[in-house]
Design a protein around this ligand. Structure first.
Ligand code: DHB
Length: 390
């Protein structure tokens, strides 16, 4: 009997002993729900950001401040209702501590109210419309804003022989931000915007709009298209002979995205853009980043990738600062004011706006060792989102 009771007792103890580490390890996990367009027309954004987030974790280990970081990747297919539903499921079912990703502006906007309600930090790694961070006090951005990236080229152009420009932008948040910021800084520098053209985001056919640009004969056309769309734009630009028309192509670096730039051919050479990142940046952190990213993924990292890489860096730094406290408000506070050395140069999360302060580079497309790159030739340092400077 004694033996039997002991056996039962010890069996119970075993069950208990076996379940304790399970409970303990469940508490030691910090979950990051990464929602991205992994399929559809903006799949390259998802592919770049996922690869970069995983690279950061591979390089820095998946344990920080005693917590195991678990990344849960979801594909929203670039449908805002889906982003919102996935965010809801991640919060309620998976009990994620942080939401991240958000490949395009409408996807970030749809999710903002959930971040506020659940008090879950929402790290925007891609979307760039300035007003996104104002939609929830829980949003922190590691990508860029369009006014921030546009400012560089809009100030460069009037000092470099461009007096009359046409703007041609995708007709949604970031395009409208780019259009308005370009007009502001270009006009302040003495330039004149002679026409503002907006092109549908879905299945864009640039041909009729490019014909208008051609007829207007401006010194330059300023372009914003979202990441991935630059190839079709550039093809139609050269098909209509605009590359040889004397009308200079300028824009934010979204149009000469590193992900697709090398396949654009000779028409892209000489295009001047401004952007928060170029794979051709000559600094030790970027050289190491480009090498590791290319080795792991067999593709060149673009500006979207650094949003993902630095987004993970920010999450790790916040966890270190809270010493592993994973509550939403604690993590959010710990994210504010963080500074580090990114492949894009020095960055800081502005504690007042939750936007990333970073360099903006002016670059020209050139052939380097037989491949096309956005080669930086000038920079503006430590640029805050100009839309939030009163
Ligand atoms: C956004 C999307 C892009 O692909 C890009 O290059 C810039 C901005 C956006 O939706 O905010």
């Amino acid at each position: 009997m004694t033996t039997r009771r002991t056996l039962i007792k010890s069996a119970g103890a075993l069950v208990l002993a076996a379940s304790f580490p399970l409970i303990a390890s469940a508490q030691e996990v910090v979950k990051v729900g990464l929602i991205l367009p992994m399929t559809g027309p903006f799949a390259s954004t998802g592919r770049q950001i996922e690869a970069a987030a995983k690279l950061y974790m591979a390089q820095h280990g998946n344990t920080v401040a005693g917590k195991r970081v678990e990344l849960i990747v979801k594909d929203d297919t670039n449908v805002a209702d889906m982003t919102k539903r996935l965010a809801q499921e991640l919060i309620v079912n998976d009990k994620v501590n942080i939401l991240a990703g958000f490949g395009l502006t409408p996807l970030a906007l749809a999710t903002a109210p959930l971040a506020t309600q659940a008090k879950v930090p929402m790290v925007v790694m891609a979307a760039g419309t300035a007003m996104i961070t104002e939609q929830s006090p829980f949003i922190v951005r590691t990508s860029f804003t369009l006014p921030q990236n546009t400012l560089g080229i809009a100030k460069w152009a009037p000092n470099n022989g461009i007096k009359k420009a046409v703007t041609l932008v995708s007709d949604f948040g970031p395009g409208i931000d780019a259009q308005n910021a370009f007009k502001k800084y270009f006009t302040e520098g003495g330039g004149e915007v002679v026409q503002e053209i907006r092109v549908p985001v879905r299945n864009p056919d640039f041909a009729p709009f490019l014909q208008r640009v051609s007829n207007l004969k401006p010194d330059a056309v300023f372009v914003f298209v979202p990441s991935g769309v630059g190839s079709i734009f550039m093809k139609q630009f050269s098909e209509r002979g605009l590359d040889k028309s004397g009308i200079k192509l300028i824009g934010t670096g979204d149009v000469t995205d590193d992900d697709i730039l090398n396949d654009m051919g000779a028409a892209a050479k000489g295009v001047i853009t401004s952007m928060n990142y170029s794979a051709a940046l000559d600094n030790p952190a970027n050289k190491a980043y480009v090498e590791a990213f290319t080795k792991a993924n067999n593709m060149r990292p673009n500006f979207m990738s650094v949003g993902g890489y630095d987004g993970m860096a920010l999450i790790y730094k916040a966890l270190e600062k809270t010493k592993g406290d994973v509550s939403g408000p604690a993590l959010l506070e710990a994210m504010k004011g963080q500074s580090w050395e990114s492949p894009r140069g020095p960055v800081t999360i502005d504690p007042d706006t939750r936007e990333i302060i970073q360099n903006v580079y002016i670059t020209e497309v050139k052939e380097v060792n037989g491949a096309l790159y956005n080669v930086p030739f000038d920079k503006i340092e430590a640029v805050k989102d100009p839309a939030k400077i009163k």
